[in-house]
Design a protein around this ligand. Structure first.
Ligand code: BGC
Length: 376
C-alpha cells in the first residue's frame, strides 16, 4: 500500500506546551492552533481528505516535563488519537522528536552533552512501553536542520554559533538514534528518521562540507527500515550568496513568481533529483515525509501540489526508486518556528482571530481528488 498522507508536529499545532524550550522563547506561541481542543474536527478533516496515513509527533516536554518524571495523562491524548485513526483506517506514523524538547533538557546542555542521551533513551523507552498500536516510527525529524539552525546559524534555541558545538551535537544526535534503535522490534516496528534535502544543484560547493558530515552521520547508523525525505525547494548557491547568508536568506525573493510566500523557489524537478540521490545512497524505502508551500491566499498551492505529485506519479511508474509514501506539509496552518504564524502551509486555514476555526482551502479538495483518482 502506498501512503498518502499529511504531516504535522506537536509544538507547531498543540496548545499547552508550557515546558518546551521553545515556549519560553516564543512570543507568538499563544496562537497555536489548539489542536488538542479541536482534535475530533481535525480527525474529521483527515478522514474526508481520503488520506490513509497521518504523520504527527509526540511532545517530549509534555510527557517528560521534569527529569525522571514521565506522565501517562498526556500520552492518553496520543493513544486516543491513534485509536481513532486506526478506526478510520488511517495509519499513524509517529515522530519522537520534532525540534521541541523539554526546557530542563536544554538547560542541562541538551544534545551538546553525550551524557544527556540517557534522558532521550528513557523518554523513548517510556513511550515504547506505554503506547500501543503503532508500527511506524520516526526517531527524529531533520537532525541536520536542528543542529545547523540551533548551533551554527544560532537562530533557534539555544542560539549558539559554534562549529565545534554543531559537530558535537551532530555526533550526539547520531549516537542517540543508534542507541534508541535497540528499543524497537526488528519484526514488528518500522523505524526511520527524516532528513531535509534541499536540491543544491549547480555550483553549491559551499555545502560540500555539510554533505560530508552527513555521510559520516549515516555511515555508522544501524540499517533503518526507511528514510523520510522532507523536500521543499532547490537552490544553486554561488560565492555571491555568501553575502546574503543570514537568518532571512530567501526574503529577497518574496513576491517573485514561482516562489512561495517565504521566497522559497518552486522546483518540482528537484524532488526527483533528491530522491534519486537518496535512494542511490541508502538503497532502502523512501517516504516523502514533508513537501509543501507557504501560500496564504492559496493561489500557488494547487499548482505546487500537482507538479510535485506528477513527479511522484512518474517515480511510481518508473519503479527505479523505492518510494512508499507522500505526505503534504501540512494539514493545518501552524507555528512556523521563528517566523510565527505568518507563513501558511495548511491545506486547511486556521482562523486565529475567529476562535481558531478551520476553513478548508481549495487545494484541500485538489489533494482529496488526486488521492481518490490515483491509480497505477
Ligand atoms: C520542518 C517543519 C517546518 C517545515 C517548513 C520542515 O523543515 O520539519 O517543522 O514547518 O519544514 O519550514
Amino acid at each position: 500500500m502506498f501512503f498518502w498522507g499529511v504531516s504535522t508536529s506537536s509544538f507547531q499545532i498543540e496548545e499547552d506546551c508550557i515546558n518546551s524550550n521553545w515556549i519560553h522563547l516564543h512570543p507568538k506561541y499563544k496562537q497555536s492552533t489548539r489542536h488538542c481542543h479541536f482534535v475530533q474536527d481535525d480527525i474529521e478533516l483527515l478522514k474526508n481528505l481520503n488520506v490513509n496515513s497521518y504523520r504527527f509527533s509526540i511532545e517530549w516536554s509534555k510527557i517528560n516535563p521534569e527529569p525522571f518524571v514521565f506522565l501517562i495523562k498526556p500520552l492518553e491524548f496520543y493513544q486516543n488519537l491513534i485509536n481513532d485513526l486506526i478506526k478510520f483506517k488511517i495509519t499513524p506514523i509517529v515522530c519522537l522528536f520534532h525540534f521541541s524538547m523539554p526546557l530542563w533538557f536544554q538547560n542541562i546542555g541538551g544534545f551538546e552533552d553525550e551524557k544527556n542521551i540517557e534522558h532521550f533513551i528513557r523518554y523513548v523507552a517510556f513511550i515504547k512501553s506505554n503506547l500501543s498500536n503503532v508500527e511506524w516510527w520516526i526517531l527524529m525529524n531533520e537532525p541536520n536542520v536542528f543542529a545547523f539552525t540551533s548551533y551554527l546559524m544560532g537562530i533557534w534555541p539555544p542560539y549558539k554559533k559554534s562549529i565545534w558545538t554543531f559537530l558535537r551535537v551532530t555526533k550526539n544526535l547520531r549516537l542517540a538514534c543508534e542507541r534508541v534503535y535497540s528499543l524497537f522490534s526488528k519484526d514488528l516496528d518500522k523505524v526511520g528518521i527524516t532528513i531535509n534535502m534541499i536540491d543544491f544543484h549547480g555550483s553549491s560547493f559551499i555545502f560540500y562540507p555539510f554533505i560530508y558530515i552527513w555521510d559520516l552521520f549515516f555511515n555508522t547508523m544501524p540499517v533503518l527500515d526507511f528514510i523520510g525525505v522532507n523536500y521543499y525547494f532547490s537552490y544553486a548557491f554561488t560565492w555571491k550568496d555568501l553575502y546574503y547568508v543570514n537568518d532571512h536568506f530567501f526574503d529577497r525573493f518574496i513576491g517573485l513568481p514561482n516562489h512561495s510566500d517565504m521566497g522559497w523557489p518552486i522546483e518540482p524537478k528537484g524532488l526527483y533529483r533528491v530522491l534519486e540521490k537518496c535512494f542511490l545512497k541508502f538503497k532502502i524505502s523512501i517516504i516523502i515525509t514533508e513537501n509543501g508551500i507557504a501560500d496564504k491566499n492559496d493561489t500557488k498551492r494547487r499548482h505546487y501540489l500537482s507538479e510535485h505529485l506528477n513527479v511522484v506519479h512518474n517515480i511510481l511508474k518508473e519503479k527505479k526508486i523505492e518510494l512508499i509514501g507522500y505526505f503534504y506539509w501540512s494539514l493545518l496552518d501552524n507555528i512556523e518556528w521563528e517566523y510565527g504564524i505568518d507563513p501558511r502551509f495548511g491545506l486547511v486555514e486556521v482562523e486565529y482571530n475567529n476562535d481558531f476555526k478551520r476553513k478548508i482551502r481549495e487545494s484541500y479538495y485538489f489533494y482529496q481528488e488526486w488521492i481518490r483518482n490515483f491509480n497505477i
